[in-house]
Design a protein around this ligand. Structure first.
Ligand code: SF4
Length: 366
């Protein structure tokens, strides 16, 4: 890497100026983690000051039976395979009864596999059922991959599918399934699910309909560093156009129990480098989330020093990431989240899906 390019990239990062791909690559190669942390922290503070967000949420995975067979995935089962499950109306009703007594529950987060037989109406009815049981709660549901699947199943356009779900009570999309937005990479890790073009089309359509989304990245598998960084620039371009991303969430790849189990999970140095670089590159995205269930809580807490300003939520029971060997707990209390944020020197703010502060009605845990 040319020395002048590294110097130029460092100057721009230090000044909080917009980076280009070559400069981002130079910063990656430079590998000065504490410098990146310092620049990223300053950019975070410009956006959210000393605040760090979390929410009280509950994840529901409707099924793990999937037609897609992505090599990257540890969650999927074939129909009839032991361990396969599908939640039916009564199962969901039971989960919602429990959710009703969860204090301050702000969000239900629903993502699932691409079931071969369950029709679109099944998913639509789940949204209606949640909306009816929990009228005040935000429903963040279905990745662009699932939306494309619904569109293909029904013959309806992506826009029509989103409009129907929105009308039934869908509040936002989680933005998963982006992995790395490169056709070369997707051909190897997830050849049958939504393409780069389809993922982007779904996101842009959602934003045009006023459905806000997150954006995501799963790194540390077969992608090159340039492909990984280019992914961030693709997201930045979308955000310049639509402004519909609320938060960016990055996931290190967990190889256990996947078709790529010969790979090794990247280390914490890489996680923190990507956290800081994401904060710097995505200068138009307000929030960077450290997804504790993927990173482990000690690393997620550390990420608050590398530009992250959100620890996600209490979660409840999560199945997808744990299928890939994540040994994090299955949920966490809000007081523990607040304590972890305070311990890192930040001010905990309970939020709803749209980052509006929520009145907690209790003292922050010191
Ligand atoms: S990543 Fe999603 S689409 Fe691919 S196999 Fe797993 S559940 Fe199915």
């Amino acid at each position: 890497m040319i020395k002048e390019l590294i110097l130029q990239a460092r100057e721009k990062a230090n000044a909080g100026l917009r980076l280009n791909l070559q400069e981002a690559l130079a910063l990656y190669e430079d590998n000065d983690l504490l410098f990146l942390a310092d620049c990223a922290r300053r950019m975070k503070e410009k956006k959210s000051g000393r605040q760090v967000f979390y929410n009280v949420n509950k994840h529901i995975n409707l099924t793990n039976i999937c037609t897609s067979g992505c090599p990257l995935c540890a969650f999927q089962k074939k129909e009839g395979e032991p361990g396969g499950f599908v939640l039916e109306e009564t199962d969901i009703a039971k989960i919602l009864e429990e959710a009703k007594v969860t204090r301050n529950l702000g969000e239900i987060h629903i993502v699932s596999a691409l079931h071969p037989d369950k029709p679109f109406e099944y998913y639509l009815n789940v949204v209606k059922q949640v909306r009816q049981a929990l009228p005040q709660v935000d429903i963040k549901a279905f990745t662009p991959v699932e939306i494309v699947h619904f569109s293909q199943m029904t013959g309806k356009s992506i826009k029509e599918v989103l409009e129907i779900l929105q009308k039934a009570g869908l509040s936002s999309l989680p933005g998963g399934g982006a992995e790395i937005l490169s056709d070369r990479v997707r051909e190897i890790i997830c050849p049958k699910k939504a393409t780069t073009v389809q993922w982007i089309e779904t996101i842009k359509t959602a934003h045009k309909l006023g459905i806000r989304t997150n954006c995501t990245m799963m790194y540390g598998h077969i992608e090159t560093i340039e492909e990984r960084l280019q992914h961030l620039f693709t997201l930045r371009d979308i955000q310049d156009e639509t402004g519909g991303f609320q938060a960016f969430v990055s996931f290190p790849f967990h190889p256990a129990n996947t078709g790529l189990d010969y790979l090794k999970r990247v280390g914490s140095w890489e996680d923190m480098k990507m956290m800081a670089l994401s904060r710097l590159i995505l200068d138009n995205v307000d929030h960077i989330k450290a997804f504790w269930i993927m990173l482990t809580m000690p690393i997620a807490q550390l990420a608050l020093g590398f530009g992250a300003d959100d620890l996600d939520g209490t979660i409840g029971e999560e199945k997808i990431i744990h299928a890939a060997g994540a040994n994090t707990g299955r949920g966490i209390t809000r007081s523990k989240l607040r304590q972890l944020i305070t311990e890192a020197g930040f001010e905990p703010v309970e939020r709803d899906t749209f980052y509006h502060p929520v009145e907690t009605g209790e003292e922050a845990v010191k």
